[in-house]
Every structure is written in structure tokens, then in C-alpha cells.
Write a protein of this length. Sequence first.
Length: 190
Amino acid sequence: MKTIEELAAIQEKLDQRIITDKNIQWTEKDRLLTTLVALDVELAEMANESQWFKVWKSDPQPKEKVLEEYVDALHFFLSIANQKGWVSYLRIHPEAIEDLEDEGFDGGLNGIYLEIKGSLINALFTKEKPLPENSMFFKDVKTYNALSFKSAWFLFMAIGLVGFKFTEDQIFEAYLEKNKVNHQRQDSGY
Ligand SMILES: O=c1ccn([C@H]2C[C@H](O)[C@@H](COP(=O)(O)O)O2)c(=O)[nH]1
């Protein structure tokens, strides 16, 4: 199985190919904001396919495409990590996921989903602010912005692994499969 850092490198190749093929001219900021909008839309599509919030339906079962929408969102998450130099924050501790599995999450999937969005906004829109030198948070995390990203990423993985009960293998394989499709789309002038 590939590592998450390898997936990030695979993502960067796809992004750069799209930028070249479509001759996209943009500032770093334009690129980042475009990616955040794309991620926000994919997260919503994922929620819509999963249907967990559709309490008004008699049997809101997850639809087939949840994993596909999940890995579409994963593409844009990786892209943001690449753009901001946050790839090293993509490693998560399996024990933290296990703890979440045991304790559950305040607000359930709605809570996690909305917190992902809030944390992403904090990560990208608040002024860069360093964490205190002797911060009790992770040693490698230097700013509040990076901490918010790490938190959004952890919750995104938690939705996949705990909420939807996908395995990491399933997620990584589905990502590679969709990445291939995205290249094929570019080959055929998407
Ligand atoms: O710069 C880009 C543009 C698109 N995609 C991928 C992510 C999703 O898998 C898919 C979304 O495209 P639509 O199906 O929404 O057109 O394309 C990227 O990875 N990078």
C-alpha cells in the first residue's frame, strides 16, 4: 500500500498536469481558494450520497457513490496540503481514531462534518499565527492555522474510517483508481 505522502505526490502531479493542460494562470491565493471551494462542494456531495442527515426519509441508506465522493474530497484535501506545505500533518495516529471510535463524537456525523468545514476556514482564512514555543500540541505543528488543518484532516479521516467504516486500504485504492480516471479525463479533453 502507498503512504499518504506518496498520495500527496501523486496528487501534485495531477494538479500540475491540469494547470499545464488547461493553461490556468492564477495567483497562489486564487489557486488555494479555488481548491477550497472544490473541496467544500465534494464534502457536500459526500454528505448527500451518504444521506446520514436525511431524517425526513423513511430509509436513508448510504448510496453507492459515497466512497467515490469521499475520495474526490480527498483529492482536494491533498492538494491543499501540497499548496500550504502541510503534507507532514497528514500522518494520523491510529490510536486517536480508535479513541474516537470508542467515545463517539459530540454531535455525531453532523458535528464532525461541520467542524471539518469550520477548521478548514480557520486554517486558510485566519491570519498566520505561531503557536507558543512550549505549546502542548504536536511538536511539529508551528501555527494555529496548521493545527486547524491537522484537525480538519483528522476529522475527515474519522468520517471515512469510523463514520463510513471504510478501511484505509479501501480509501487509498479508491483514491488511486479515481486519480487514474482524472488523468484519463484530461487525455480525452475533459
Ligand atoms: O485541479 C484539480 C481538479 C480536479 N481534480 C479532481 C478531484 C476530483 O476527483 C475530480 C473532480 O472533478 P469533477 O468530477 O467535479 O469535474 O477532479 C483534481 O484532483 N485537481
